[in-house]
Design a protein around this ligand. Structure first.
Ligand code: SF4
Length: 363
């Protein structure tokens, strides 16, 4: 897939743009001032697969807490989300934050912006300009309405301030809750500036609707080669945001899944409780050291072919199943043992060094 060329910035150990792999971000929902809870949340999100985590910095106490949080999570990349108050940005940078999200046009006097830019420049901390369709400046709203053009012009105003100060470690986001608006805005800004883009559909709502909206909006742009990092926004657990973000990347081949489950949709031929088997395997899946493809199939008609192609396969039928390992039948098991035997084999093969036959490089 051809990707738009963009300037590269570094969020601590993680690169954004310039051909770096697309990264998945999310935000903590804890009070940043509560250091132990925030550290636990960051660790949980990192385990879920987040590459970068953003924290809301609402006051000076939260900005100061970033120091202790950074010490606990080591080099895991963190972003401070700050609105208006330049002192919070300065403190966050002083405490070792890896990136700041703040809109320079909202900071106030130019000397305040210069101080933030100088601090970020000195420590190599990039700034994300985050424009949301809901908070566009009044003059732009009057001129363009709540439109993709208004969002782009708003972002360009902020960009121009940073460029005037010779600061170019910029990331831009243009989020809207309306998917076509967000797509158009990102397409336009991608033509106008060389900076990496952080993709997102804002206020996407709960669960399924949010996942679909984000997948359509973010997925459409990524398929066009636009976008360097993303955040799925869901009213719910942040780990869910990470899971959906990763699935978008897997679906487009921008990242390789370590464990891919291929399961049939079931039909009238299915003679076992395949939904239960798949859900149990998914829920109890062990961590693996290398990519694996696992096929779980419902009958002896189409099942064996797919099961044979996978690293580990189950072709079930009539209350029993054949377990395959790399194309060879390992054993026949009753339905009651299918999940345990599959998990055993996944754990065993997932630990070995032999290269997978079907899946490429790891995530
Ligand atoms: S594998 Fe068998 S049970 Fe599953 S959908 Fe295909 S034919 Fe139906």
């Amino acid at each position: 897939m051809h990707r738009r060329e963009s300037r590269q910035v570094h969020v601590g150990r993680v690169a954004i743009g310039g051909g770096a792999p697309v990264t998945v971000q999310t935000m903590t929902k804890t009070d940043t001032r509560d250091v132990p809870a925030t550290v636990d949340e960051i660790r949980r999100l990192a385990m879920a697969g987040a590459d970068i985590v953003r924290l809301a910095v609402v006051d000076m106490e939260a900005a100061v807490a970033l120091g202790a949080i950074k010490r606990e999570v080591g080099d895991f990349p963190l972003v401070a989300d700050i609105h208006f108050d330049y002192r919070l940005a300065l403190e966050a940078v002083r405490r070792g934050i890896d990136k700041v999200r703040i809109n320079p046009g909202n900071i106030g006097a130019e000397w305040k912006v210069r101080e933030v830019v100088a601090a970020c420049g000195e420590r190599g901390v990039p700034i994300r300009i985050g424009v949301n369709s809901g908070s566009i400046e009044k003059p732009l709203l009057e001129k363009y309405g709540r439109s993709p053009t208004a969002m782009v012009e708003s972002a360009l105003r902020h960009v121009e301030i940073l460029e005037r100060m010779d600061f170019h470690d910029i990331v831009i986001s243009l989020k809207a809750s309306d998917v076509p608006t967000m797509i158009e805005a990102y397409e336009e800004i991608a033509r106008r500036v060389p900076y990496p883009l952080h993709l997102g559909v804002t206020e996407a709502g709960p669960g399924l609707a949010a996942a679909v909206k984000s997948s359509v909006g973010i997925g459409h742009l990524l398929a066009e080669g636009i976008g360097d990092t993303l955040r799925v926004s869901i009213t719910g657990d942040s780990a869910e945001e990470v899971a959906v973000g990763l699935e978008i990347l897997y679906a487009l081949g921008l990242r390789q899944k370590r464990l891919e489950i291929v399961s049939c949709p079931t039909c009238g031929r299915c003679e076992v409780d395949l939904f239960r088997i798949v859900h149990e395997v998914e829920a109890r899946m062990p961590r693996v050291e290398r990519p694996l493809r696992v096929a779980i199939m419902g009958c002896g008609v189409n099942g064996p072919g797919e099961a044979r192609e996978a690293d580990i396969g189950l072709a079930s039928g009539n209350g029993v199943g054949l377990i395959f390992r790399k194309g060879q039948v390992l054993r026949k098991v009753p339905e009651s043992e299918m999940v345990d035997v599959l998990l055993e084999e996944i754990a065993r093969l997932g630990r070995t060094e032999e290269p997978s036959t079907t899946v490429g490089a790891g995530s």
